[in-house]
Ligand binder design. Structure first.
Ligand code: FE2
Length: 523
């Protein structure tokens, strides 16, 4: 670990102060108080800082100004004013070597968020960044450029997670992920939940409450994002590594599909609600400016590389899917098997097929939301399958698996189900020799509250799921390490989330050798 990273984690990170920024370039700073109406009384960086979507020469840097994050107009107490925010990028945590700096403006149109895309930076190295508004300095964030596309990195560490219901527990798992100091964080959806306070009780009881009603309007979604971003554990993880995030359903509403709300959602002007939710998502995540939503559409599927070691294909299984078959139930019907049904939409199917065919990376990683491999939800073989997962879109899955055969080492990463699974995607669910890819499913950060450990890690419905090698119901995340020879996956678990400060431990470890899609338990 580099010393500067340790400095960051040990207290530099969340420190703010009024120190003059050494080496700041750009327009001269006027340190006198500005007009009273524009002078923030409280820290405007209460939501922290973030970075994302790394490339070999840059990344996205994010912050969002909010002096009063929970204000019900969603503007975080920043009102209608437009503000100038100064920023710096350095190659050291003390900002002695500033390599980029400037001034950016933001106002209510952007939800007072900043999305910067510094470019021309040195590949494959740590960078540090911070913002300043008037006399307030933001926390310092650490991020990283990706290696050059032609380089061969010796290793890459990635942590991935999903499903963080604010009310169900403390975000300690995010803090434990930060302490691992991964090169990269993947967030696979359900970054927040739309529900009314107390609407969804966890088994272990709710530990805190959502502010405001079920999110429907832009103001509601902005305020909900702000509430989640006040969490110090979440802020720490955002400030520790670049994120690549994709949304699932709860960033908008339960089990939505393209232009329709899920069956449990009251009908209404869904197009307006989707527009509001995705706009707030863009404003609150470190996404590229080119991803700014066009009406109700936010282009989230995208690809990025880590030299020749790995290519990441991030999928969007919500915006372009056909509606769930059979009334979105737990079981198949004739509709399930219709050959034209798709969970990705025609264009994204062509995009992933092309990406897998042309990739030259050692590992082709599909980062996506809902279980891809078959998951029988019954001890009996009765096709009790979730119509919201790929099991509800078998023809589309077959097409993607056919494309995967052209990739060198495909790996599927999945969120959604609030339990950890180490499993395999089989092309034919009755043929153990038809393994197409390993599928690593993270559990939730908090959703469902405290879980229970399983004595031997076997799935409760293991008899009908021979493809599942490990299952666990504790909260946590998955830590990955890619090398040219092997992918190693550590399933990290927390004994509880109802009380803050739980330790994390490795509940099970798996390996995939380059050249074979099979998963092996190694610990
Ligand atoms: Fe979830």
């Amino acid at each position: 670990m580099e010393t500067s990273r340790r400095v960051l984690l040990k207290g530099g990170l969340l420190a703010t102060g009024a120190t003059f920024l050494p080496g700041m370039t750009g327009p001269p700073l006027d340190l006198r108080p500005s007009a009273a109406a524009q002078t923030p009384l409280d820290n405007p960086f209460s939501l922290g800082v973030a970075s994302g979507d790394p490339s070999p020469d840059g990344f996205v840097l994010w912050t969002r100004l909010a002096q009063l994050p929970l204000d019900d107009d969603g503007l975080g107490g920043m009102g209608q004013g437009v503000r100038r925010v100064e920023w710096q990028v350095a190659t050291d945590a003390r900002f002695r070597r500033v390599v980029r700096s400037g001034v950016s403006r933001t106002g209510p149109e952007q939800g007072h968020s900043i999305h910067l895309e510094p470019s021309g930076l040195e590949p494959d190295r740590d960078h540090f960044y911070r913002f300043r508004l008037d006399r307030h300095l933001s926390p310092v964030g650490r991020t990283r450029t990706a290696p050059r596309s032609t380089s061969v990195p010796s290793a890459l560490s990635v942590a991935f997670a999903s499903c963080a219901q604010w009310e169900h527990g403390w975000f300690t798992a995010y803090r434990r992920m930060a302490e691992d100091e991964p090169d990269l964080v993947l967030h696979l959806g359900d970054y927040l939940y739309e529900y009314d306070p107390g609407f969804e009780p966890a088994r272990s009881g709710n530990v805190r409450s959502h502010e405001g009603p079920e999110t429907v309007t832009l103001a509601d979604y902005r305020r909900r994002h702000a509430q989640y971003k006040t969490d110090p554990d979440l802020q720490l993880l955002h400030a520790t590594a670049p994120w690549v995030a994709v949304f699932d359903d709860h960033e908008l509403t339960d089990n939505w599909a393209a232009d329709r709300p899920g069956p449990s959602t009251a009908p209404g002007r869904f197009d307006d609600r989707r527009t509001a939710a995705l706009r707030a998502y863009w404003e609150n995540m470190p996404l590229r400016r080119s991803a700014y939503p066009q009406g109700p559409e936010l282009k989230a599927h995208r690809r990025f590389g880590w030299g020749r070691l790995a290519t990441f294909h991030m999928l969007d299984t919500r915006q372009y899917r056909d509606q769930q078959a059979c009334g979105d139930g737990m079981g198949t019907c004739e509709e399930t098997w219709e050959p034209t049904r798709s969970i990705l939409g025609e264009e994204q199917e062509a995009w992933i097929a092309d990406g897998l065919r042309t990739s030259t990376a050692t590992w082709d990683v599909l980062g996506q939301q809902v279980p891809m491999g078959r998951l029988e939800l019954s001890p009996l073989e009765i096709d009790r399958l979730s119509m919201d997962s790929w099991d509800g879109y078998p023809a589309c899955r077959d097409r993607v698996l056919a494309s995967m055969r052209e990739a060198t080492n495909p790996v599927v990463l999945t969120g959604d189900v609030h339990d950890a699974f180490a499993t395999e995607v089989w092309a034919d669910h009755e043929d153990p020799d038809s393994v197409a890819a390993p599928e690593l499913i993270c559990t939730s950060i908090t959703s469902n509250g405290d879980g229970e450990d399983s004595p031997d890690g076997s799935y409760r419905w293991g008899r009908t799921n021979p493809q599942v090698q490990f299952w666990n119901d504790l909260r946590g995340y998955v830590a990955l390490r890619f090398t040219a020879e092997e992918l190693r996956a550590d399933y990290r678990s927390l004994p509880y989330v109802r009380v803050p400060g739980a330790p994390a431990f490795t509940r099970a470890s798996f390996a995939v050798e380059a050249g074979s899609p099979r998963l092996h338990q190694v610990g």
